[in-house]
Write a protein that binds this ligand. Structure first.
Ligand SMILES: [Zn+2]
Length: 231
C-alpha cells in the first residue's frame, strides 16, 4: 500500500453549474463492504500506526486519521495526533490541515472532500473533529474504535464528557433517564454519515444472511425436503 498521496489527475476545474450540482452528489462507494473494511484496516495498520508510533513516543495521544480516494481507497493524506504544543491538533484536524495546506494547496486540482473522498478516523471523532469534518465538507466517515472504547480501553473519557457537558441540553419534560438514552450525536445528518467499521462488517454479514433467508424461504414455498418437525 502506498501511504503517500498521488496527485489526483481525474479532476476537471472547469465545470458548468448543472455539472456542479451533479458533482456535489456523492456517488455510492463502488467497493464491496469486505473490500472497504480490508482497505481501511490496511490503511490503519500500514500508514497510520507507524506515524502514531512516532507521535506517542513524543507525548501525543494515539488518535490518527486518513483521507482516502472514494474511487480506489488509496490514501490522499495520513496524519496522527500532534497536540504536544497546540491542544487542538487532534489526528483528524491535523489530517484536514495537511490535506488543504500541504498536500492539495490548489483548489482547482484538490479532490472534492464531498464527492471524491472518504474520511477515516482510528477513533470515533470528538465534537471538535466532528465539526471540523462537517466544516471541511467530508461527507462520509468511518472509524475503528468507539467513544466507549476510547473511555474503557484507552482511559480517554473526554469525547463523551464534552458532548454530555457542553451540548446535551435537557428538555423541559425530559427525565434524566430519557436524556441518558439519547444518542450523543446524529450519525446521519445534513453534513455527513458516520459508521463504525464493525457496523459495516455486521451489515455485510446481515446481507449475506438475507440472501440465505431468501433461499430458505423459497425452499419452504416449493416444498424442499427437510426432516425438521417445525417449519
Ligand atoms: Zn478530536
Amino acid at each position: 500500500m502506498q501511504c503517500i498521496h498521488l496527485p489526483f489527475l481525474g479532476y476537471s476545474p472547469s465545470i458548468t453549474l448543472q455539472n456542479a450540482r451533479k458533482r456535489n452528489r456523492r456517488a455510492p462507494l463502488r467497493q464491496r463492504p469486505s473490500t472497504l473494511v480490508k482497505s481501511l484496516l490496511n490503511t490503519v495498520e500500514e500508514c497510520i500506526i507507524p506515524l502514531t508510533q512516532q507521535g506517542v513516543s513524543s507525548g501525543s495521544k494515539l488518535f490518527g486519521a486518513a483521507i482516502l480516494s472514494r474511487k480506489d481507497l488509496t490514501p490522499f493524506t495520513v496524519a496522527t495526533n500532534n497536540e504536544r504544543v497546540p491542544p487542538l491538533l487532534h489526528g483528524e484536524i491535523t489530517c484536514i490541515q495537511q490535506f488543504f495546506t500541504v498536500d492539495f494547496t490548489n483548489p482547482a486540482t484538490r479532490p472534492d472532500p464531498r464527492k471524491d473522498c472518504i474520511f477515516l478516523a482510528t477513533h470515533e471523532p470528538c465534537s471538535l473533529c466532528l465539526s471540523g469534518i462537517a466544516w471541511s465538507g467530508f461527507s462520509e466517515l468511518f472509524y475503528l474504535f468507539t467513544y466507549e472504547d476510547s473511555r474503557d480501553l484507552f482511559s480517554i473519557p473526554y469525547d463523551i464528557e464534552i458532548i454530555e457537558q457542553v451540548f446535551r441540553v435537557q428538555g423541559e419534560e425530559e427525565t434524566d433517564e430519557q436524556m441518558k438514552k439519547k444518542a450523543l450525536y446524529n450519525r446521519t445528518n445534513k453534513f455527513f454519515t458516520t459508521k463504525s467499521l464493525a457496523d459495516v462488517e455486521i451489515g455485510r454479514l446481515k446481507e449475506l444472511y438475507n440472501g440465505l433467508n431468501e433461499t430458505y424461504q423459497m425452499g419452504k414455498m416449493i416444498g424442499t425436503t427437510s426432516s425438521s418437525v417445525w417449519k
